[in-house]
Write a protein that binds this ligand. Structure first.
Ligand code: GLA
Length: 365
């Protein structure tokens, strides 16, 4: 038994040392506060990662700042299911284990998409396009295999990504799924995912969801699915935005529209490019790289501040906010839409240091 004498318990030197320790600890905690702590009373703050982002200094930053993870690539159909009878589980398992070990939520991405999908999915051994029945059977098997493996660990899934067309006058994207199955592939994907894990939240995910014409189409499609009792539980706004758009008005109007559907809304792929919207023209070339001037930095801060103010105002419907990438160094926007062009879309710079914009989104005044 440890006996503490009266004189030791009241020793002023010991008391001072303990107070010093407590002060140090609380100072340390304040210093170590991450985005997830600033937003504790609002929503989880997530980040999309590749396996390399989970190592070393980047891994530490991920653990400190975020409490939700999305897989940037490892769960997509191409990477995880490269051949009909072969799955590449290892990178996905590592990603899931990292999140579970660090008590982070996992938002799975993505079960059905037109991009990063292996060619074998749509063709038979002779190279001919498969029938609707065969394709739906393959989709079902893929969804069951992947969702079941991570059941109870992945709480939400992007089930269908980008099924709506951007063009005026066209409703659904004319992709291989649509050409072979018609719009039914969307319903089926949600039904299969629900059968595989009835507790998982199931999302439709898309970009440009704040542009009124696309917003109308997304709303209409989701309303139709919900009216048919298709198990859709959420809408993901990708939020690949820029310092030029969306306006606060368009963003709020879109959120008000989606709110009527009574489903969860998540911001799933947030980043804020410093380049003007380029549409499909991709006019700027790599040699037209913009420097990150104080003016651009300020403008980006103003945009981010507005976006996060709106997110906080809509916290009753916005259930999570996820950044698409850890730092400016690893952002996909360094290669899109112009390969090799430097961009600065996130809250951490190329040395993983907090940018001015970090301070601004964590200051709620
Ligand atoms: C889309 C996809 C993501 C990712 C980003 C850009 O928004 O949903 O998986 O590919 O583009 O990297």
């Amino acid at each position: 038994m440890i006996r503490i004498s009266m004189s030791k318990r009241c020793n002023p030197a010991l008391i001072c040392a303990s107070l010093f320790l407590v002060a140090q600890l609380s100072f340390g905690q304040t210093k170590e506060k991450g985005l997830k702590d600033f937003y504790h009373d609002y929503f989880p703050i997530g980040v999309a990662v590749n396996p390399i982002d989970l190592n070393g200094a980047s891994g530490n930053l991920v653990k400190k700042e975020f409490n939700s993870l999305s897989p940037a690539n490892v769960l997509k159909m191409g990477p995880i299911h490269p051949e009909e009878n072969r799955y590449n589980w290892e990178p996905a398992d590592k990603f899931v284990n990292f999140a579970v070990a660090n008590k982070m939520k996992i938002h799975g991405h993505v079960l059905c998409w037109h991009s990063q999908t292996p060619a074998w999915m749509f063709t038979n051994e002779k190279g001919d396009t498969v029938s609707k029945e065969v394709l739906l059977q393959r989709l079902k098997k893929h969804i069951f295999d992947v969702v079941t493996r991570y059941k109870g660990k992945i709480y939400a899934w992007d089930v269908v990504n980008e099924a709506i067309a951007d063009e005026e006058g066209q409703f659904y994207r004319n992709n291989a799924w649509y050409r072979i199955c018609g719009e039914e592939y969307i319903e089926k994907a949600f039904e299969y995912a629900h059968q595989a894990d009835p507790k998982a939240q199931l999302f439709y995910n898309d970009y440009n969801t704040e542009i009124p014409s696309k917003c109308n189409k997304v709303y209409k499609m989701l309303k139709g699915l919900l009216d048919k009792n298709i198990p859709v539980s959420g809408l993901g706004l990708q939020a690949h935005w820029s310092i030029y758009e969306p306006s606060e008005k368009n963003l709020c109007e879109a959120l008000d529209t989606y709110k009527e559907l009574n489903i969860n809304i998540q911001i799933t792929e947030l980043d804020v490019s410093v380049y003007p919207p380029e549409g499909v023209t991709r006019s700027l070339k790599p040699d037209e790289i913009l420097p990150y001037t104080p003016e651009i930095e300020q403008r980006q801060s103003d945009s981010y501040k507005m976006f996060f103010r709106v997110f906080r105002e809509y916290k009753a419907v916005i259930k999570s906010v996820t950044f698409w990438g850890v730092s400016d160094k690893v952002s996909w926007l360094n290669n899109f839409p112009v390969s090799g062009r430097t961009n600065y879309p996130l809250l951490f710079d190329r040395d993983m240091k907090q940018k001015k914009v970090y301070t601004d989104v964590t200051n709620f005044k």
